[in-house]
Design a protein around this ligand. Structure first.
Ligand code: ATP
Length: 514
């Protein structure tokens, strides 16, 4: 774990050093859990958003996009249940004065038990070698059985407490499990209290009677309240979806793990409206479709897993997370929820407007059911960054840091470099930049030795470097260097566009999704 912590620290400083992510308001000592994206970060983030947007709106003719405002009528948040129920259970340690989410402390305890099981399995695998029957070992080993039993009992107790919103029981679990504060090391805990996560502000001057409004904690409600507008103006027929990318704000209790727990973050959400009774089939379909979208990036299939929710939100009848293996464990990157007709029904009730859909095939009207796919852009960004980062030992004792970013997501697609800054090579290199820049984000680099320039591009994940030398002036060929293999080959300038396009275009990635 300590080693993983080290790697994560290195990734965080790499993100800063190479212009991916900066602490917000850094020259004023920063603002907790708020971050800015730098010159390379914004490109990577935009590419992630483009991949999601195109996968939703280009590949599905029944999905359209919108961009709703962050400010919305405050009654929306009453109707959605956020004013009354968008809470986290918090607990303080009296000695360190640190605040924690009670549910997260218990989840971490469960994860520790899972780790113990995996360690036992790994030890046995080593001991028994090729003859190891893992399934049998898991089922029969007394030590493993004991841990699993304890884990399941804790899990059940925890799920019941969450479902009943039983705050005393949550505290009791923390006491009984002897969970200590990681800072003070003590068990001196306060009671567990509910804390609403929405930011409130005022709209209009006080003279005219200001109105309390909220910064939206999710983008989904902007879609629900526009459901009728889109359905009618787009003449949409069920099933159909509405996609949106935008900022969301949550006053998170504990800020930690870099951009994983932010107070201002970005979501990509899609609400898919279906006939009542068909929602669980669609839920299963979207679970599969979304995992395929993730896996197409090639970050490693084993790094993903589903995690079904123990506690269903007040609106849901099924919910799953797609989790990704970050250096600090498996964490949620996306939630897929079957939200029933809760939201639309609530908006019908609170607004007094009819939000029913007339189904011409069934010849009846009803409030549609909804499947939601909700992914955090920043979580996605972090998963891509962490799994791409590598410190590589090279032949001859040299080392390099390389980001193996999926090529279509890389901030810079190719860098063009004149070998020397004279003899007409810079001019030739500029010519190449000018021919490629309309299709690919292309950098011109002439400072430092060629080796250093390659390293700089490796560190930001540029898939291709193109080197212009004296031979180029004679035969119009250049050296094309590939980031991961570091292979160099001589290619004609005329072929560059095609060679680069094959690997860096989003198109190729989207085609994998069919
Ligand atoms: P948690 O229980 O971890 O607080 P959640 O399950 O409430 O999160 P959702 O409401 O399902 O999260 O939000 C959808 C997506 O938005 C999540 O999968 C996550 O990627 C992202 N997200 C949620 N909260 C944050 C945050 N504070 N910072 C960054 N991304 C977030």
């Amino acid at each position: 774990m300590a080693q993983q912590d080290d790697v994560f620290k290195k990734i965080v400083s790499h993100a800063k050093e190479y212009g991916f992510v900066f602490q917000s308001s850094e020259i004023y000592d920063g603002l907790s859990a708020v971050y800015d994206y730098g010159q390379n970060g914004v490109e990577l983030k935009n590419n992630i958003k483009r991949y999601w947007w195109d996968a939703m709106t280009l590949l599905n003719e029944n999905i359209v996009g919108i961009d709703s405002a962050i400010f919305m009528h405050p009654t929306i948040w009453k109707a959605s249940g956020h004013v009354d129920a968008f809470n986290d259970p918090l607990i303080d340690n009296r000695d360190s004065k640190k605040r924690y989410r009670a549910d997260v402390l218990i989840e971490e305890e469960l994860a520790k038990m899972d780790d113990k099981v995996e360690k036992e399995v790994a030890k046995a695998r080593k001991r028994f070698g090729d003859n190891f029957d893992e399934a049998l070992f898991r089922e029969t080993n007394p030590r493993v059985q004991e841990i699993i039993e304890k884990r399941n009992a804790l899990h059940e107790r925890f799920a019941t407490a969450l479902n009943d919103s039983n705050l005393e029981e949550l505290r009791q679990i923390i006491i009984d499990q002897e969970i200590v504060c990681p800072i003070s090391g003590t068990k001196n805990w306060t009671d567990v209290r509910q804390f609403n996560l929405m930011f409130k502000t005022e709209m209009g001057s006080t003279a005219e009677g200001a109105m309390n409004v909220y910064l939206r904690p999710e983008t989904a409600q902007g879609i629900f309240v526009n459901y009728l507008n889109v359905q009618k103006t787009g003449r949409m027929r069920l099933p159909f979806g509405i996609a949106q990318i935008g900022k969301a704000f949550r006053n998170e209790i504990v800020a930690r793990q870099f951009i994983f727990r932010m107070r201002e973050f970005e979501q990509m959400e899609m609400q898919f409206f279906v006939r009542p009774g068909e929602e669980l089939n669609w839920f299963a379909k979207w679970k599969e479709t979304r995992l395929k979208w993730h896996k197409a990036l090639g970050l490693g299939d084993h790094k993903y897993r589903y995690h079904d929710h123990d506690k269903l939100a007040h609106y849901a009848n099924a919910a799953t997370d797609i989790e990704f293996e970050m250096p600090f464990g498996f964490k949620e990157v996306e939630g897929i929820h079957s939200r029933t007709n809760f939201d639309l029904s609530q908006h019908e009730k609170y607004s007094g407007k009819n939000i029913k859909y007339f189904d011409p095939e069934l010849n009846e009207s009803y409030v549609p059911y909804v499947i939601e796919t909700s992914i955090g852009v920043d979580h996605m960004f972090l998963s891509v960054l962490c799994s791409s980062y590598e410190e590589q030992k090279l032949e001859g004792g040299d080392t390099r840091v390389v980001l193996h970013l999926p090529a279509p997501l890389a901030p810079v697609k190719c860098a063009v470099m004149p070998l020397v800054r004279k003899d007409g090579l810079p001019e030739k290199a500029r010519e190449i930049v000018n021919s490629l820049k309309f299709d690919f984000s292309t950098h011109y680099e002439e400072k430092d030795s060629i080796g250093k320039r390659y390293r700089r591009q490796d560190a930001i994940g540029t898939p291709y470097c193109i080197t212009v030398d004296h031979q180029t002036l004679e035969d119009n060929t250049v050296t094309l260097r590939e980031r991961d293999s570091m292979e160099q080959k001589r290619v004609a300038i005329d072929d560059l566009h095609k060679l680069i396009h094959e690997n860096v275009s989003l198109n190729a990635l989207l085609r994998k999704l069919g």
